[in-house]
Write a protein that binds this ligand. Structure first.
Ligand SMILES: Cc1cc2nc3c(=O)[nH]c(=O)nc-3n(C[C@H](O)[C@H](O)[C@H](O)COP(=O)(O)OP(=O)(O)OC[C@H]3O[C@@H](n4cnc5c(N)ncnc54)[C@H](O)[C@@H]3O)c2cc1C
Length: 248
Protein backbone atom coordinates (compact mmCIF):
# COMPACT_ATOMS: atom_id res chain seq x y z
CA UNK A 1 0.00 0.00 0.00
CA UNK A 2 2.86 2.33 0.80
CA UNK A 3 4.21 2.04 -2.74
CA UNK A 4 0.76 2.39 -4.28
CA UNK A 5 0.05 5.49 -2.27
CA UNK A 6 3.44 6.87 -3.13
CA UNK A 7 2.96 6.42 -6.89
CA UNK A 8 -0.60 7.64 -6.85
CA UNK A 9 0.10 10.73 -4.82
CA UNK A 10 3.26 11.74 -6.62
CA UNK A 11 1.55 11.64 -10.01
CA UNK A 12 1.06 15.18 -11.28
CA UNK A 13 4.10 16.81 -9.68
CA UNK A 14 7.79 16.31 -10.20
CA UNK A 15 9.59 14.42 -7.45
CA UNK A 16 13.03 15.59 -8.63
CA UNK A 17 12.48 19.34 -8.24
CA UNK A 18 13.17 21.01 -4.93
CA UNK A 19 13.82 24.32 -3.22
CA UNK A 20 16.66 24.80 -0.78
CA UNK A 21 16.02 24.98 2.95
CA UNK A 22 18.23 25.44 6.00
CA UNK A 23 18.00 23.09 8.97
CA UNK A 24 17.23 25.47 11.85
CA UNK A 25 16.34 23.10 14.68
CA UNK A 26 16.85 19.46 15.66
CA UNK A 27 14.95 18.13 18.66
CA UNK A 28 15.11 14.63 20.08
CA UNK A 29 11.57 13.45 20.73
CA UNK A 30 11.95 9.75 21.54
CA UNK A 31 14.92 7.36 21.69
CA UNK A 32 15.02 6.93 17.90
CA UNK A 33 12.92 9.85 16.66
CA UNK A 34 13.95 13.45 15.94
CA UNK A 35 11.97 16.49 14.92
CA UNK A 36 13.60 18.65 12.25
CA UNK A 37 12.64 22.21 11.34
CA UNK A 38 13.62 23.75 8.02
CA UNK A 39 13.30 27.33 6.78
CA UNK A 40 13.48 28.31 3.10
CA UNK A 41 16.73 29.97 1.98
CA UNK A 42 14.60 32.30 -0.13
CA UNK A 43 10.99 33.38 0.15
CA UNK A 44 8.38 31.72 2.32
CA UNK A 45 7.18 28.22 3.01
CA UNK A 46 4.94 27.15 0.07
CA UNK A 47 1.20 26.71 0.45
CA UNK A 48 0.19 23.28 1.62
CA UNK A 49 -2.66 21.56 3.44
CA UNK A 50 -2.53 19.65 6.73
CA UNK A 51 -1.77 16.05 5.76
CA UNK A 52 0.47 16.81 2.79
CA UNK A 53 3.90 15.25 2.45
CA UNK A 54 7.04 16.46 0.66
CA UNK A 55 10.23 14.87 -0.60
CA UNK A 56 13.28 15.63 1.53
CA UNK A 57 16.47 15.63 -0.58
CA UNK A 58 19.89 15.27 1.00
CA UNK A 59 22.42 17.04 -1.22
CA UNK A 60 26.08 16.65 -2.13
CA UNK A 61 28.53 19.57 -2.13
CA UNK A 62 27.43 20.55 -5.64
CA UNK A 63 23.82 20.73 -4.48
CA UNK A 64 22.71 17.58 -6.31
CA UNK A 65 20.39 15.01 -4.75
CA UNK A 66 22.17 12.11 -3.06
CA UNK A 67 19.01 10.51 -1.70
CA UNK A 68 15.38 11.55 -1.34
CA UNK A 69 12.41 10.17 0.58
CA UNK A 70 8.86 11.40 1.20
CA UNK A 71 7.95 12.72 4.66
CA UNK A 72 4.63 13.92 5.99
CA UNK A 73 4.70 17.54 7.08
CA UNK A 74 4.14 17.83 10.83
CA UNK A 75 3.93 21.62 11.00
CA UNK A 76 0.67 23.36 10.19
CA UNK A 77 0.34 25.85 7.33
CA UNK A 78 0.35 28.90 9.64
CA UNK A 79 3.90 28.10 10.83
CA UNK A 80 6.89 29.85 9.18
CA UNK A 81 8.89 26.63 8.76
CA UNK A 82 8.43 23.02 7.63
CA UNK A 83 8.67 20.45 10.39
CA UNK A 84 9.20 16.72 9.97
CA UNK A 85 9.15 14.02 12.63
CA UNK A 86 11.51 11.28 11.48
CA UNK A 87 12.31 7.85 12.84
CA UNK A 88 16.02 7.16 12.49
CA UNK A 89 16.26 3.65 11.06
CA UNK A 90 19.87 3.87 9.83
CA UNK A 91 18.79 3.63 6.19
CA UNK A 92 19.94 5.48 3.06
CA UNK A 93 18.41 8.79 4.08
CA UNK A 94 18.07 8.56 7.85
CA UNK A 95 21.64 7.28 8.25
CA UNK A 96 22.88 10.48 6.56
CA UNK A 97 20.31 12.74 8.22
CA UNK A 98 21.66 11.78 11.65
CA UNK A 99 24.96 13.43 10.67
CA UNK A 100 23.41 16.64 9.34
CA UNK A 101 24.04 19.59 11.65
CA UNK A 102 22.01 22.68 12.35
CA UNK A 103 22.65 25.20 9.56
CA UNK A 104 22.98 22.46 6.93
CA UNK A 105 21.17 22.90 3.60
CA UNK A 106 18.72 20.37 2.13
CA UNK A 107 16.24 20.30 -0.73
CA UNK A 108 12.50 19.99 -0.16
CA UNK A 109 10.05 19.29 -2.97
CA UNK A 110 6.61 20.73 -3.50
CA UNK A 111 4.07 19.45 -0.92
CA UNK A 112 1.37 17.13 -2.21
CA UNK A 113 -0.62 14.00 -1.42
CA UNK A 114 -4.18 12.82 -1.02
CA UNK A 115 -4.61 12.44 2.75
CA UNK A 116 -5.44 16.06 3.49
CA UNK A 117 -7.81 17.30 6.17
CA UNK A 118 -11.13 18.23 4.61
CA UNK A 119 -12.19 20.69 7.38
CA UNK A 120 -14.93 18.32 8.63
CA UNK A 121 -16.35 19.17 12.05
CA UNK A 122 -16.53 15.53 13.07
CA UNK A 123 -13.24 13.80 12.46
CA UNK A 124 -11.45 10.78 13.87
CA UNK A 125 -7.71 10.29 13.68
CA UNK A 126 -5.75 7.09 14.26
CA UNK A 127 -1.97 6.88 14.24
CA UNK A 128 0.88 4.69 15.35
CA UNK A 129 4.50 5.84 15.82
CA UNK A 130 5.65 8.52 13.37
CA UNK A 131 2.25 8.19 11.69
CA UNK A 132 1.43 11.06 14.04
CA UNK A 133 3.20 13.48 11.64
CA UNK A 134 0.27 14.36 9.33
CA UNK A 135 -2.18 14.07 12.24
CA UNK A 136 -0.36 16.57 14.46
CA UNK A 137 -0.38 18.94 11.48
CA UNK A 138 -4.18 18.57 11.28
CA UNK A 139 -4.65 18.97 15.06
CA UNK A 140 -2.39 22.04 15.15
CA UNK A 141 -4.45 23.50 12.33
CA UNK A 142 -7.75 22.71 14.10
CA UNK A 143 -6.46 24.34 17.32
CA UNK A 144 -5.01 27.37 15.52
CA UNK A 145 -8.30 27.94 13.69
CA UNK A 146 -10.29 27.52 16.93
CA UNK A 147 -12.52 25.01 15.15
CA UNK A 148 -15.50 23.68 17.08
CA UNK A 149 -16.78 20.14 16.68
CA UNK A 150 -15.71 16.66 17.68
CA UNK A 151 -12.11 15.70 16.96
CA UNK A 152 -10.90 12.46 18.47
CA UNK A 153 -7.36 11.15 18.12
CA UNK A 154 -6.42 7.55 18.99
CA UNK A 155 -2.65 7.22 19.23
CA UNK A 156 -0.77 3.98 19.69
CA UNK A 157 2.79 3.96 21.05
CA UNK A 158 4.98 1.21 22.40
CA UNK A 159 5.92 2.76 25.75
CA UNK A 160 5.48 6.13 27.43
CA UNK A 161 8.90 7.28 26.20
CA UNK A 162 7.76 6.58 22.62
CA UNK A 163 4.77 8.92 22.73
CA UNK A 164 5.60 11.64 20.22
CA UNK A 165 4.44 15.23 20.83
CA UNK A 166 3.14 14.11 24.24
CA UNK A 167 3.22 17.53 25.94
CA UNK A 168 1.86 19.30 22.88
CA UNK A 169 -1.05 16.86 22.65
CA UNK A 170 -1.98 17.83 26.21
CA UNK A 171 -1.73 21.54 25.37
CA UNK A 172 -3.84 21.17 22.21
CA UNK A 173 -6.64 19.59 24.24
CA UNK A 174 -6.48 22.41 26.78
CA UNK A 175 -6.49 25.03 24.03
CA UNK A 176 -9.41 23.47 22.18
CA UNK A 177 -11.84 21.34 24.24
CA UNK A 178 -13.28 19.92 20.99
CA UNK A 179 -10.05 17.89 20.69
CA UNK A 180 -9.80 14.61 22.62
CA UNK A 181 -6.65 12.50 22.62
CA UNK A 182 -6.53 8.86 23.72
CA UNK A 183 -3.12 7.24 23.91
CA UNK A 184 -2.76 3.49 24.23
CA UNK A 185 0.53 1.81 25.09
CA UNK A 186 1.16 -1.61 23.58
CA UNK A 187 3.82 -2.56 26.16
CA UNK A 188 3.31 -2.81 29.90
CA UNK A 189 4.25 0.39 31.67
CA UNK A 190 4.26 1.07 35.39
CA UNK A 191 2.50 4.21 36.58
CA UNK A 192 0.58 4.61 33.33
CA UNK A 193 -2.99 5.37 34.15
CA UNK A 194 -4.19 5.33 30.54
CA UNK A 195 -5.19 2.72 27.99
CA UNK A 196 -3.02 -0.30 27.27
CA UNK A 197 -2.97 -2.89 24.51
CA UNK A 198 -3.52 -2.63 20.80
CA UNK A 199 -6.15 -0.29 19.47
CA UNK A 200 -9.27 -2.25 18.67
CA UNK A 201 -12.93 -1.95 17.77
CA UNK A 202 -14.01 -2.01 21.43
CA UNK A 203 -11.88 1.02 22.29
CA UNK A 204 -12.92 2.97 19.20
CA UNK A 205 -16.60 2.21 19.77
CA UNK A 206 -16.37 3.24 23.42
CA UNK A 207 -14.89 6.69 22.77
CA UNK A 208 -16.20 7.51 19.29
CA UNK A 209 -19.87 6.65 19.39
CA UNK A 210 -21.42 6.35 15.94
CA UNK A 211 -17.98 5.92 14.38
CA UNK A 212 -19.66 5.67 10.98
CA UNK A 213 -20.52 9.36 11.14
CA UNK A 214 -16.92 10.53 11.36
CA UNK A 215 -14.44 11.25 8.59
CA UNK A 216 -11.38 9.15 9.50
CA UNK A 217 -7.68 9.78 8.91
CA UNK A 218 -5.34 6.85 9.50
CA UNK A 219 -1.56 6.89 9.40
CA UNK A 220 1.16 4.55 10.61
CA UNK A 221 2.55 1.08 10.01
CA UNK A 222 0.76 -0.48 7.05
CA UNK A 223 -0.45 -3.56 8.99
CA UNK A 224 -1.90 -1.44 11.76
CA UNK A 225 -3.84 0.93 9.55
CA UNK A 226 -5.26 -1.92 7.44
CA UNK A 227 -6.54 -3.52 10.67
CA UNK A 228 -7.95 -0.17 11.84
CA UNK A 229 -9.70 0.34 8.53
CA UNK A 230 -11.40 -3.05 8.91
CA UNK A 231 -12.54 -2.11 12.44
CA UNK A 232 -14.00 1.16 11.20
CA UNK A 233 -15.84 -0.55 8.35
CA UNK A 234 -17.28 -3.08 10.84
CA UNK A 235 -18.43 -0.10 12.92
CA UNK A 236 -20.39 1.22 9.97
CA UNK A 237 -17.92 3.63 8.35
CA UNK A 238 -18.12 3.77 4.57
CA UNK A 239 -14.73 3.18 2.90
CA UNK A 240 -15.03 6.58 1.22
CA UNK A 241 -14.99 8.20 4.68
CA UNK A 242 -11.58 6.73 5.45
CA UNK A 243 -8.34 8.31 4.25
CA UNK A 244 -5.13 6.53 5.02
CA UNK A 245 -1.41 6.52 4.45
CA UNK A 246 0.98 3.80 5.58
CA UNK A 247 4.70 3.18 5.72
CA UNK A 248 7.21 1.14 7.66
C1 LIG B 1 3.83 9.42 2.09
C2 LIG B 1 4.92 9.01 3.06
C3 LIG B 1 5.15 9.77 4.20
C4 LIG B 1 6.14 9.40 5.11
N1 LIG B 1 6.32 10.15 6.24
C5 LIG B 1 7.22 9.76 7.17
C6 LIG B 1 7.35 10.49 8.41
O1 LIG B 1 6.65 11.48 8.67
N2 LIG B 1 8.29 10.06 9.30
C7 LIG B 1 9.10 8.96 9.05
O2 LIG B 1 9.93 8.63 9.91
N3 LIG B 1 8.97 8.26 7.89
C8 LIG B 1 8.07 8.64 6.95
N4 LIG B 1 7.97 7.94 5.77
C9 LIG B 1 8.97 6.88 5.48
C10 LIG B 1 10.20 7.51 4.78
O3 LIG B 1 9.84 7.94 3.47
C11 LIG B 1 11.38 6.53 4.62
O4 LIG B 1 10.92 5.36 4.01
C12 LIG B 1 12.06 6.18 5.95
O5 LIG B 1 12.55 7.35 6.60
C13 LIG B 1 13.27 5.24 5.71
O6 LIG B 1 14.14 5.84 4.79
P1 LIG B 1 15.68 5.43 4.73
O7 LIG B 1 16.20 5.89 3.41
O8 LIG B 1 16.40 5.89 5.94
O9 LIG B 1 15.64 3.85 4.80
P2 LIG B 1 15.83 2.83 3.58
O10 LIG B 1 17.26 2.82 3.16
O11 LIG B 1 14.80 3.13 2.53
O12 LIG B 1 15.45 1.48 4.31
C14 LIG B 1 16.35 0.92 5.27
C15 LIG B 1 15.64 -0.13 6.10
O13 LIG B 1 14.80 0.51 7.07
C16 LIG B 1 13.50 -0.10 7.03
N5 LIG B 1 12.53 0.94 7.42
C17 LIG B 1 12.05 1.95 6.65
N6 LIG B 1 11.17 2.71 7.35
C18 LIG B 1 11.10 2.15 8.59
C19 LIG B 1 10.37 2.47 9.77
N7 LIG B 1 9.52 3.51 9.82
N8 LIG B 1 10.55 1.69 10.86
C20 LIG B 1 11.40 0.65 10.84
N9 LIG B 1 12.11 0.28 9.74
C21 LIG B 1 11.96 1.02 8.64
C22 LIG B 1 13.34 -0.56 5.61
O14 LIG B 1 12.38 -1.60 5.52
C23 LIG B 1 14.75 -1.06 5.29
O15 LIG B 1 14.92 -2.36 5.76
C24 LIG B 1 6.96 8.26 4.86
C25 LIG B 1 6.72 7.49 3.71
C26 LIG B 1 5.71 7.85 2.83
C27 LIG B 1 5.47 6.98 1.60
Amino acid sequence: MCTGTYLQTTRGFSVSEFSKYRLTEIRGMAPDVNVYRFEPLEGEVPDYRPGHFAFLHLLDEQGNTVVKRPYSIASSPDMPYLEFCIKLVGGELTGRLEKLEQGGVVGIGRPGGHMTYGEEERSGFIAGGTGISPIISMLRHIAAQGKKGDFIFFYSARRKENILYHEELKRLQQKNPSIRVLVTLTREERQWGGLTGRLCKVIIEKYAENAGQYRWYLCGPTGMIKAMKNCLVELGTGPSSIRMEGWG
